[in-house]
Design a binder for this molecule. Sequence first.
Ligand SMILES: *[C@@H]1O[C@H](CO)[C@@H](O)[C@H](O)[C@H]1NC(C)=O
Ligand SMILES: *[C@@H]1O[C@H](CO)[C@@H](O)[C@H](O)[C@H]1NC(C)=O
Ligand SMILES: *[C@@H]1O[C@H](CO)[C@@H](O)[C@H](O)[C@H]1NC(C)=O
Ligand SMILES: *[C@@H]1O[C@H](CO)[C@@H](O)[C@H](O)[C@H]1NC(C)=O
Ligand SMILES: *[C@@H]1O[C@H](CO)[C@@H](O)[C@H](O)[C@H]1NC(C)=O
Ligand SMILES: *[C@@H]1O[C@H](CO)[C@@H](O)[C@H](O)[C@H]1NC(C)=O
Ligand SMILES: *[C@@H]1O[C@H](CO)[C@@H](O)[C@H](O)[C@H]1NC(C)=O
Ligand SMILES: *[C@@H]1O[C@H](CO)[C@@H](O)[C@H](O)[C@H]1NC(C)=O
Ligand SMILES: *[C@@H]1O[C@H](CO)[C@@H](O)[C@H](O)[C@H]1NC(C)=O
Ligand SMILES: *[C@@H]1O[C@H](CO)[C@@H](O)[C@H](O)[C@H]1NC(C)=O
Ligand SMILES: *[C@@H]1O[C@H](CO)[C@@H](O)[C@H](O)[C@H]1NC(C)=O
Ligand SMILES: *[C@@H]1O[C@H](CO)[C@@H](O)[C@H](O)[C@H]1NC(C)=O
Length: 483
Amino acid sequence: MPPNLCTVVVFLLATMAYGGGAVGVNWGTTASHPLPPTKVVELLKSNNVTKVKLLDADPGVLEALSGSNLGVTVGIPNASLRTLNSSKKAAESWVHDNVTRYVSNGGSGVKIEYVAVGDEPFLQSYGEQFHPFVIGAAMNIHIALARAKLESKVKVVVPCSFDSFLSESGHPSKGHFRADLNRTMIELLTFLSKHSSPFFATISPFLSLHQNKNISLDFTLFKANAKPHNDSRRTYKNSFDLSYDILITALSTVGFPKMEIVVSQIGWPTDGAANATSSTAETFMKGLMEHLHSKSGTPLRPRDPPSETYIFSLLDEDQRSVSTGNFERHWGVFTFDGQAKYHFDFIQGSKNLVDAQNVEYLPSKWCVVNNNKDLSNATASSLEACSLADCTALSPGGSCSNISWPGNISYAFNSYYQQHNQSADSCNFGGLGLITTVDPSVDNCRFSVQLRTSLSDFLYPAYLTQWMTLLVTTILLSLTIFT
Ligand SMILES: *[C@@H]1O[C@H](CO)[C@@H](O)[C@H](O)[C@H]1NC(C)=O
Ligand SMILES: *[C@@H]1O[C@H](CO)[C@@H](O)[C@H](O)[C@H]1NC(C)=O
Ligand SMILES: *[C@@H]1O[C@H](CO)[C@@H](O)[C@H](O)[C@H]1NC(C)=O
Ligand SMILES: *[C@@H]1O[C@H](CO)[C@@H](O)[C@H](O)[C@H]1NC(C)=O
Ligand SMILES: *[C@@H]1O[C@H](CO)[C@@H](O)[C@H](O)[C@H]1NC(C)=O
Ligand SMILES: *[C@@H]1O[C@H](CO)[C@@H](O)[C@H](O)[C@H]1NC(C)=O
Ligand SMILES: *[C@@H]1O[C@H](CO)[C@@H](O)[C@H](O)[C@H]1NC(C)=O
Ligand SMILES: *[C@@H]1O[C@H](CO)[C@@H](O)[C@H](O)[C@H]1NC(C)=O
Ligand SMILES: *[C@@H]1O[C@H](CO)[C@@H](O)[C@H](O)[C@H]1NC(C)=O
Ligand SMILES: *[C@@H]1O[C@H](CO)[C@@H](O)[C@H](O)[C@H]1NC(C)=O
Ligand SMILES: *[C@@H]1O[C@H](CO)[C@@H](O)[C@H](O)[C@H]1NC(C)=O
Ligand SMILES: *[C@@H]1O[C@H](CO)[C@@H](O)[C@H](O)[C@H]1NC(C)=O
């Protein structure tokens, strides 16, 4: 087959398999020791994931995605929005550095599908600081993409937080955008529809459960026996449909009833709060996947499910902000080191999730509290350790909430020690720390050993492969020439 025809056939097959209702993942890197990008790309491929959403445009991550054929969303950090609004030149540089450079690389390039402007810039807790810049930044990025002749390939979107739209009564028919967003939303929707870009929105049944006394755990977890919510003649059987239709009403109210929707973040955390466990997360994800695969849609959009859905999140990230809650560092379907926490069908009919392979760890060493010392000051030291390290598993309902004092002190010491690459002085704590080779983990409470992140991780195999191919080609060519 000629290469062009081959590409077309592969494209058609891919569209048939994943065209409507594709499921992707969010890949964040707010971790002290991120899993190396090449390992993550292997993890995505071995689980047949076809789309990935990034929160920035990290060169290491984009290099690792080169030639992978995964559909990619690159993100613009909130802090860049002001500059990108006021300067078309800055937008052009951004597109040149972070989009053009990777896509125009032929078959070995990155399949960038979306540029996400801001990381949920309308989150209520951020106030209105980003509102004046978002649309201008989106327009400038669009213009820059058009100049680079990429506007038909790469769409500009703005990920909207779960609290951008709401309904005080809980009834979807009363859905609307948050009052402070009213004008900005209309500008955004006008921009998106002009360029046939979808509306990116987070749906968070987990947060809805925590914020709304009326919603039951069963209703959130897609349980068949959950008490339905009625909205005049419409019956809602799960929290996802309820939130989705609140959004549909909000869109209709401002004149965009047909807007295409991509669910840009949805998931369930497994630690750091009540009801955040692997088993509830598994139930939620299985229910969600079944619902999406059935393509049944919602009462306001029957048989019209979101065009794409991005699971939040791929991996746990131990440096995420915990301002909304200690569960924030535990959204991963996989642990920080790429091990599946539970199983569900990513793609219809898929097998159990596959873990990351050949992960490299620091030595099997832990830091614990020395019980032979006077521990009267140990709590103070542990709290200091926790202010830098990750102690979220110790919070009420967390996986280590049951280990009693001084086990919790050891947990804090170890977390700090691992984050500091097991350096001896990071297990000092005024003489209270003790390094051990005996794993102090108890039951579900895992005392982790961090990943080894060394310079060798920056020698991406993608480069090596390309280099080897070049070498072999050169040798073959010279053989041809000289025979
Ligand atoms: C978005 O903005 C908030 C508030 O300034 C900040 O805390 C957060 O880190 C930003 N996220 C990104 C990815 O820029
Ligand atoms: C956004 O950019 C436009 C165009 O440069 C400028 O007129 C406007 O003042 C900027 N908005 C803010 C809030 O700086
Ligand atoms: C491209 O993205 C990276 C990572 O997000 C950022 O550091 C860099 O400043 C961006 N390039 C430009 C020209 O803004
Ligand atoms: C709670 O549920 C009741 C009965 O379904 C309903 O009348 C009420 O409006 C709901 N309130 C909220 C805040 O959702
Ligand atoms: C938002 O704008 C729409 C359309 O202009 C209007 O009908 C609605 O009352 C506004 N809502 C708020 C809360 O300002
Ligand atoms: C909701 O509607 C269904 C079907 O119309 C009905 O069977 C059920 O009793 C209603 N539930 C409530 C709480 O009103
Ligand atoms: C967690 O789930 C239990 C039932 O398993 C429920 O009683 C409790 O209220 C839930 N907690 C929150 C914060 O929703
Ligand atoms: C991925 O797809 C391949 C080929 O269809 C299949 O053999 C494999 O089991 C799938 N992996 C998972 C995790 O579903
Ligand atoms: C505990 O801390 C206080 C104040 O820093 C200090 O005076 C005291 O000697 C410490 N006690 C032990 C046992 O280290
Ligand atoms: C903590 O202990 C209680 C009582 O023994 C048990 O019900 C609960 O499941 C335990 N929690 C965890 C996270 O292990
Ligand atoms: C450990 O538990 C003790 C006693 O319950 C408490 O005072 C201390 O703050 C805890 N430390 C940490 C790091 O959670
Ligand atoms: C741990 O090691 C990595 C790689 O050598 C380094 O980048 C990082 O800064 C180190 N972290 C600390 C806290 O020393």
